[in-house]
Write a protein that binds this ligand. Structure first.
Ligand SMILES: Cc1cc2nc3c(=O)[nH]c(=O)nc-3n(C[C@H](O)[C@H](O)[C@H](O)COP(=O)(O)OP(=O)(O)OC[C@H]3O[C@@H](n4cnc5c(N)ncnc54)[C@H](O)[C@@H]3O)c2cc1C
Length: 322
């Protein structure tokens, strides 16, 4: 076996985490001519059940960058007025069509396609560097100032020395932990979400829909040949649901969405179901000299009304303490 190697690289900005926050920032900096190195622990961008919806503000940002037309070439679906079906009747629960924007809709696009698109754009700049399979495990500090990171990657340990280090490594951020920064206390959320996929037939409704009834709250997102199904459950109820068995869970889905009776059998085991523990939180301080935290690493959003919840959480955490 080849011995471990050790390399040191210098850059202007080192971004840890190639999710939406890290990738988009890398593109923005690269466009400004700044030397930027993006480190991603995984070897690809395939994040199943992650951030498949793009809010209008994301499209507006892409438009400002001159990229919205290209982005919308990627297969996607749009929801202008998502409906909620309840036992009391139907109503529109979000109306994007009144927004004063060129993009008055919610875009549903696999996050992997979005990330690949952003990275493709960033790669056009020679000052952008992407290192996949780079698992950052330590910060490099001089006195109080962060000067970069140490990661485990191809061939062994490596160091990136940077003027600015960005932690964009998600809700369980290692950088946040290494920097000794903590969410004040997680906001109590009454719900969690289970995500899974079922086939979608061409003749079926194509807009995002929510269904409330039979004790269920279910969101259906159109992913062309598949439905991405979000099933809202009470906080902490996941283990109880599992102990009741998959058949009981499948039956509860069919009770709420009878059209799934002919395909629910495709849910064969719990590994097809992704569990999202809904939490919101916001750092009071999201920097140290030489280091900045962004995205979920700095503020975790809930999947429903994420922006509003974050703003409320942010406001509360920023209240001066007496
Ligand atoms: C199940 C689920 C469904 C969601 N659905 C939606 C949705 O429909 N719409 C929406 O807007 N949001 C949704 N979200 C939230 C959305 O995914 C996050 O808000 C968004 O991905 C945050 O982006 P980010 O770049 O901050 O972090 P992340 O997307 O979490 O990216 C962090 C990246 O850092 C990498 N990383 C982690 N640790 C290290 C390390 N030590 N070294 C190097 N790299 C590292 C990870 O591999 C990852 O690629 C959902 C979240 C979940 C969990």
């Amino acid at each position: 076996m080849a011995p471990d190697s050790f390399s040191v690289l210098n850059t202007g900005c080192c971004i840890v985490g190639g999710g939406p926050a890290g990738a988009v920032l890398a593109l923005l900096l690269a466009r400004q001519g700044i030397a930027v190195t993006l480190l991603e622990a995984h070897k690809d961008f395939d994040r199943d059940f992650r951030g498949d919806t793009l809010q209008p503000s994301v499209l507006t940002l892409m438009e400002e960058l001159g990229l919205s037309e290209q982005l919308l070439q990627i297969p996607h679906s749009k929801a202008y007025q998502p409906h909620m079906h309840t036992e009391q009747g139907d109503f529109t629960f979000i109306d994007y069509s009144h927004l004063n924007t060129h993009f008055p809709f919610l875009t549903v696009m696999p996050q992997v396609r979005f990330l690949e698109f952003i990275i493709e754009q960033a790669k056009q700049y020679p000052n952008f560097q992407l290192i996949m399979g780079a698992n950052v495990q330590a910060l490099i500090g001089e006195a109080e100032t962060i000067r970069g990171v140490r990661y485990r990657g191809q061939g062994g340990w490596h160091e990136i020395r940077a003027t600015l280090t960005i932690g964009a490594d998600g809700r369980h951020s290692r950088i946040r932990q290494l920097a000794g920064l903590k969410f004040p206390k997680p906001d109590a959320s009454p719900l969690d979400v289970l995500w899974f996929r079922l086939p979608r037939y061409p003749e079926e409704a194509d807009e995002l829909t929510a269904l409330v009834g039979h004790g269920q709250f279910i969101a259906l997102l159109n992913r062309d040949t598949q439905w991405q199904v979000g099933c809202v459950i009470a906080k902490g109820a996941y283990q109880t649901l599992r102990s009741q068995g998959l058949e009981s869970f499948r039956q509860s889905i069919v009770n709420a969405v009878p059209q799934f009776k002919d395909r629910i059998e495709q849910l064969q085991n719990w590994s097809q179901i992704a569990y999202l523990s809904v939490e919101t939180g916001c750092l009071k301080r999201w920097y140290r000299p030489g280091l900045l935290l962004i995205g979920d690493a700095a503020h975790v959003m809930a999947p429903l009304g994420g922006l509003a919840l974050t703003t409320r959480s942010q406001m509360q955490s920023l209240q001066p303490t007496s």
